[in-house]
Design a protein around this ligand. Sequence first.
Ligand code: ADP
Ligand code: MG
Length: 839
Amino acid sequence: AFPNMPAHQKAAHKPSSKPAVFIPVDRSPEIQEARLKLPILAEEQVIMEAINENPVVIICGETGSGKTTQVPQFLYEAGYARFSSNGIIGITEPRRVAAVSMSHRVAKEMNLSHRTVSYQIRYEGNVTDETKIKFMTDGVLLKEIQKDFLLLKYKVIIIDEAHERSVYTDILIGLLSRIVPLRGKKGQPMKLIIMSATLRVEDFTDNKKLFPTVPPAIQVDARQFPVTVHFNKKTPVDDYSGECFRKVCKIHRMLPAGGILVFLTGQAEVHSLCRRLRKAFPFHKNKTEGGEENEESVEETKKFKKSKQKKTMATTPPLPKIDLNNYSVLPVDEGDEDREAEMDDEEDAVGSDLDLDLGDDGLEEGEKSDSSLPLYVLPLYSLLASEKQAKVFRPPPLGTRLCVVATNVAETSLTIPNIKYVVDCGKVKKRFYDKVTGVSSFRVTWTSQASANQRAGRAGRTEPGHCYRLYSSAVFSDFEKFSPPEITRRPVEDLVLQMKALNIEKVINFPFPTPPPTEALAAAEELLIALGALQKPPKTGRLKELQVAKLSCPISSLGITMASFPVAPRYAKMLALSKQHGCLPYAITIVSAMTVRELFEEFERPAVSEEETEKLKGKKARVIQMQRIWAGQGASQKLGDLMVMLGAVGACEYAGCTPKFCEVNGLRYKAMLEIRRLRGQLTTAVNSICPDAGLFVDPKMKPPSETQVIYLRQIVLAGLGDHIARRIQAEELLDEKWKNAYKTPLLDDPVFIHPNSALFKQFPEFVVYQEIIETTKMYMKGVSAVESEWIPILLPPYCHFEKPLAIPPPFYCPETGRIRCHRPSVFYRVGWQLPAVEV
Ligand code: ADP
Ligand code: MG
């Protein structure tokens, strides 16, 4: 009766099998034809039998083989979504882009509406009561587990892109390894399917702690066309961008039709190569994204800044104080906010890259090609506006050749059609963290062999292709085989808090596919104790017992509140304290702005032409001037960079949050939209956590009063307390180059206020910072000034008032190659005499 019915279901009438279920799907002939070409279709029977017989199944298959789009459909057709109450097929993705675009694609293939095939990401979703197939980010599902540990509304959970080993994916797999058997015992079985693009799944299969019974792993043989890999004879020293340019020029001039995909490491590089290529092979009308100066918006901003409050005298003692015990308490039924994995693999904080040295075999910059085909150049990276991202899926204009210049997003998450040539620079930009201090730096490093092979594979999707590796085969053989999972490389305080909220007290015993380093777990617990999110370990006991106790502290009531906010623990603490003195809307805005990466445009963009340089100069001047206005006046200035963020968001909202306003004032439009959404979402969360707050989002928020700014600075200190720094005093100055440098409790090396900071030049004695980024120096970003007398009141855990008896010796940190110190007290480390205050 059903022509599409798979063979195994037709054969399923044997008495031993379960009754055959087949839910028909009405696909268009074109879709059906396209599906039949996908390698995974040939494996449907094997896959479905394995799923029917086993609670956990692993599916490996090349990118583009059809895992993400087809497996949910197999399950749907096999009746896994036919139950009204608990019949959802859930699919998690580590990237938001993938969750959204895959739900659209599957809905289209199945000819179903978004009411049935839906998605949910941190900020938005279209899930309804009728939803049967739900794409979501892994963070969203993690949050759902907190409310319903057994995930009773799901019949199947598919963890997609498991090879990316995103932190949330890893945690989910650990949790689900326990949830699946529990559901079985309850008589409401659930299936877990783990999908991966590579065959390296030993961390899931050879891991008795995770899955005592080894789950079957099915491999989907991709119909991959051969890709000829060409290595460079020599490996360029630095200028891989220029090398990419030369290679694309050569391919375009000399090789037959077929799309080109270039892998670079970051947004700035992508843009600069796009410009060079567009200039060399003009096709685009190439609108520069800008507009002229918008005088109106300046006026608006000035209006915004003209606050009503009268000028108060500069700080007069005593300053008002916030109440540390006045935090929001969670009612029984919490809100329904979500959290989201942040994939920052193409973060762009490191300096830019334009290098015009073209070597001898290259095309001169700007030289016209003799190719008859114009080149249709598109950038692709995850911070790119979504509608621009979607362009790569559409066919290029007739008579042009497509050239996509991408970061890692194109490696496995998105399959760009009709790519025949891949140019791989072999590098990747990664964020490296110091496990203990959390200091991070972005570094461009060689990628892994697995990634390089994934990249090459993109060339052979529709016909035989070529991959040009801009490095030698000797270099390739030195690459690490796989990159280590994210969880082993980053601070884990947010995960530990989430897990404690799930009543997993001994986090150290959790069945992680790959456990994070013990010292990272210990640092996380220590921070959470200091923030008051965990109950304090008992003071008595032997050192050993104490250490164990420290690693298994239960969550506190403040911690439960904090865990319910969809932000990192430090920010969650700020929100929890902000109910006082009407600070909540400001704290929400500050936290939103700190959470969203790259609020301000990076304006040292490499300029190509003379006018562009000129234009940038004008714009830069304006941007600097605006930031000065946003930094506020008088005492408000002490909130520093966080005040600039508040001012920027306020001004932008006053101007209607238009792309033009953002462009003119050096703000990232996409970031501003995200901030707006996050503010809305956090406001909802706050309202459900403290119903008496009765907040509503007023985009055009008034600037805070000077008194409120003082409260805000204390709230910021209470949250970012371990990120405190004190200016090195004149008498301590050993070296001139340490002038205006700061000392922190954690680092031996001095840190500096970033020159773009609002507090650069003011150099207050004590500051807190959002993060330290290491480029040429260790720079603090997101800096606010704090008053010394607040510290013992707000951060008693960091204040030991005596010199410690024994200081643990400094140790070497292999991640950063620096010497680190253990965490003694702020006061001891910064060499500061304690003021006479009552604690
Ligand atoms: P996998 O998950 O195994 O990497 P997918 O299921 O994502 O594979 O993709 C299967 C096929 O569907 C690919 O050939 C891809 O080109 C196609 N596809 C995915 N999304 C779209 C889309 N939005 N438009 C057209 N084709 C798409
Ligand atoms: Mg996929």
